[in-house]
Design a protein around this ligand. Structure first.
Ligand code: NAG
Length: 374
């Protein structure tokens, strides 16, 4: 047994040791012991050590680490958020982050990563948000997320990934958001998202897809938001959204050079769809939008809609819904740029009550309608 004075000395020492620990701050770093944050952004070439063990946020952006060796972050079990953006990282060694038991946010954006080993993220049971955008991936780092059972959002925007292969999310089965905007994806394997039962947000905008990856979507049974904007998709077939019809709420089909949307493709989305973006396409006509009774936002701007009688259902729908639709005429030339809801051309279409247009206008409209209705 220790004598009382010895015990007191031990306690004092422990206390002193603790305060030293809490106050310690590595060279070239700025430590905030109240916010529990550490920032080291001085172009360091080695990952600093000796952070206070109660650090919550570690900001190491803008250094020149080039690679992250195994076990780079000892005594950081309380760190929730780790920032490693713009560190010229080309490689993450197996077990680089081991011991970061509390890590939820990991930012590896704007580095030079082209691949990731399946063991790279070992020992991160709580990692939820992983940022890998603006790196050099040409392939999806399949298997790298196997050890991340809690991953909810994966950011891979602005890489150079060319295709999505089968089973790329295996291991990350809880994933809710997959962000792949601005890659070079030309193909999505039918089983790419198998399994992804909870995937609700899928961003595939600004890629090179020529069609809606309908078969792959059939595995995403919870999909609520789909962004396909800025892909060279010319045509939307009748059943393409069928697999996600029950869950889809937000659909981005803008700026695709879209020429035709088949009659039933949108109608099948029914009352669940909340927003629909079709602006900046080449659509001359539109299918019946009446089944989309739950719409809160729609954008039809910048399409060369033909303002003749076949567009009458759209015109009637616009009059009836309380939405800003932004549809303008592209044809005939004299109506170009005018809003569909403002032009008079529909007044003498069959099925519309004529409200005494001038005689010559009415005759012209009849001729136009005749040709358009053929
Ligand atoms: C959809 O994707 C485009 C890129 O093609 C992007 O600019 C836009 O912000 C995305 N929309 C949403 C709501 O994320």
């Amino acid at each position: 047994m220790f004598s009382l004075p010895t015990l007191a000395v031990i306690m004092l020492l422990a206390l002193k040791f603790h305060t030293v620990q809490a106050d310690r701050c590595p060279e070239f770093c700025i430590c905030d012991n109240i916010q529990l944050t550490v920032a080291c952004n001085k172009g360091l070439t080695k990952i600093p050590r000796g952070f206070s063990p109660d650090t919550r946020m570690l900001d190491l952006q803008g250094n020149h680490f080039h690679y992250i060796p195994a076990n780079s972050f000892p005594d950081t079990a309380e760190v929730v958020s780790l920032h490693l953006q713009r560190c010229k990282i080309q490689e993450v060694e197996d077990g680089a982050f081991i011991g970061m038991k509390s890590l939820v946010y990991l930012y590896l954006s704007e580095n030079d990563l082209a691949s990731l080993s399946p063991e790279a993220f070992k020992g991160l049971p709580h990692l939820t948000y992983l940022h890998l955008e603006k790196n050099r991936f040409t392939q999806f780092p399949k298997g790298a997320f196997k050890l991340l059972p809690g991953l909810l959002a994966l950011h891979m925007e602005n890489n150079a990934i060319t295709k999505l292969e089968a089973g790329l999310l295996s291991g990350a089965e809880k994933l809710r958001g997959l962000y792949l905007t601005s890659n070079a994806i030309t193909a999505v394997a039918p089983r790419a998202f198998d399994p992804a039962p909870d995937l609700d947000t899928l961003h595939l905008g600004s890629n090179k897809l020529k069609e809606v990856p309908s078969e792959a979507l059939s595995k995403a049974s919870s999909l609520a938001e789909l962004n396909l904007s800025h892909n060279p998709i010319r045509w939307i077939g009748a059943g393409v959204f069928q697999p996600v019809a029950a869950t889809l709420k937000h659909l981005y089909l803008n700026h695709m050079g879209l020429e035709k949307v088949s009659k039933d493709s949108l109608a099948r989305l029914g009352s669940g769809l909340r927003s629909l973006f079709l602006e900046g396409n080449q659509l001359e006509e539109l299918p019946d939008l009446r089944p989309l009774t739950g719409l809160e936002v729609i954008n039809l701007a910048e399409n060369p809609l033909i303002c003749y009688c076949p567009l009458l259902p759209l015109r009637k729908w616009i009059e009836q819904v309380n939405l800003k639709v932004r549809a303008t005429c592209g044809h005939p030339p004299e109506l170009r740029g005018q809003r569909v809801k403002d032009v008079h051309v529909f007044k003498s279409c069959p099925g519309e009550k004529p409200t005494k247009p001038a005689k010559t206008e009415s005759a012209l409209i009849n001729i136009l309608c005749y040709f358009a209705g053929r």
